[in-house]
Write a protein that binds this ligand. Structure first.
Ligand code: THG
Length: 372
């Protein structure tokens, strides 16, 4: 049986939607209540352009939450587990956000635009509600809102060439996560060296949604010389690289994780005197020791089709000891790989582990991340 998912008024279209449809998008997912392309029909070629050339991705669904006003820095510090003390204008940072129980509820990239003005470039959960409620309850003098900002990513070894051709040589001096306010033919945007892959690249944070189509065409034209292809954040590459995917690897409502479990423990700063949401809970969790740990998995047998989600990892006598959150066949490593969580108790016991794939048991082994 096949079925369709209707696009109702609750699902927003990206400002690049028409451009991606014109360029042959074949599948969408929903992220932050917005459609995000998931592929354009040739996933092998899309992977190859990311690894050896350059890919362009509509990542407008990575919505920005702007926090602006006299107490903006204070609110940002209270929202994230990291010490924001050394954050500078023009430098992005990866900032986990937890709830009061110490559960990760988002893992945004933070952009400090000015001393009193920040963007949280969020993963898939409602941080605008969270941040505005916390600000109001604490009596902070800030504005929390979603600005008209829509990121477009170019990723891959040739992405820098495309950025140089579009903006000039100065882009080479941008450090990782560094960004600059600029424009392209009068289209206002923030250019950052960032993106959800380990292949390098940039994100163009368009600041005028009415010019989405124009920006898409400009990037596509500049990239033509380098064989640019439209694609989407690539699950196979992210598994190979060990990047965290909030939502796929765990989310508040499904497989809730604390930062220590999901390998973001180094981004929890207890040393600074500042309080942050979840600090007390995380101190307790840390003292008790992690009960689970994020690991890589290798799954035996024939190459797996596509990218699959969420299976129990069991001992041969049927005890559930972990979860395989996402997995796929990796051509780079010539094996089926995945990421997930394992109970810290069972790991040392080096037991035989299996997953049940469509009624057939497959042997699965733990491997340290990143894969090699
Ligand atoms: N770019 C922008 N916004 C985003 C993402 C992005 N919002 C949603 C989602 N992605 C947020 N999640 C991540 C997860 C990992 C990284 C970035 C955003 C990442 N991690 C590096 C790593 O793990 O090696 C570096 C982390 C670090 O500096 O510590 O890049 O992609 N705009």
């Amino acid at each position: 049986m096949t079925y369709q998912i209707g696009i109702g008024p609750n699902v927003r279209k990206s400002v690049y939607f028409d451009a991606t449809v014109a360029d042959g998008v074949e599948s969408f997912s929903v992220y932050n209540h917005m459609l995000i392309p998931s592929h354009f029909g040739d996933q092998q070629a899309e992977y190859d352009s990311l690894m050896t050339g350059v890919a362009m991705w509509d990542v407008a669904a990575q919505r920005q939450i702007e926090i602006a006003g006299p107490d903006a820095a204070q609110l940002i510090q209270y929202l994230t587990t990291r010490d924001m003390g050394k954050t500078r204008v023009g430098q992005g940072r990866y900032v986990p956000i937890c709830n009061h129980d110490g559960i990760l509820i988002n893992d945004p990239v933070l952009l400090m635009l000015a001393p009193n003005r920040y963007w949280l470039s969020i993963a898939d959960s409602d941080i605008e509600l969270w941040a505005s409620a916390i600000a109001a309850e604490r009596g902070l003098d800030v504005r929390v809102f979603e600005p008209d900002v829509s990121p477009l990513a170019i990723q891959g070894p040739l992405a820098e060439q495309v950025a140089v051709d579009l903006f000039g040589d100065w882009v080479k001096s941008l450090k990782y996560f560094g960004f600059k306010q600029t424009e392209l033919d009068g289209i206002p945007l923030v250019l950052a060296r960032s993106g959800w892959s380990k292949q390098g690249g940039f994100e163009l944070y368009l600041q005028d949604g009415s010019r989405g189509h124009e920006l898409w065409q400009r990037v596509k034209a500049a990239g033509a010389a380098y064989g640019i292809r439209p694609g989407a954040p690539n699950d196979i590459e992210r598994l190979e690289s060990g990047l965290v995917s909030y939502g796929a690897d765990g989310r508040l409502q499904v497989n809730p994780c604390n930062p220590f479990e999901i390998s973001l423990g180094k981004l929890v700063d207890f040393d600074s005197p500042d309080d942050f949401v979840g600090k007390a809970a995380l101190l307790k969790i840390k003292a008790e020791g992690a009960k689970r740990r994020r690991v890589g998995f290798v799954i035996a047998g024939a190459p797996l089709l596509g990218c699959q989600h969420s299976l129990h990892v069991q001992t041969t006598d049927g005890k559930v000891v972990g979860v395989l959150s996402e997995f796929a066949y990796s051509r780079r490593f010539s094996k089926n790989i995945g990421v997930g969580m394992m109970s810290t108790e069972i790991e040392s016991a080096s037991q035989d582990l299996i997953i049940d794939l469509d009624g057939v048991g497959r042997e699965i082994n733990v491997e340290e991340l990143p894969f090699a």
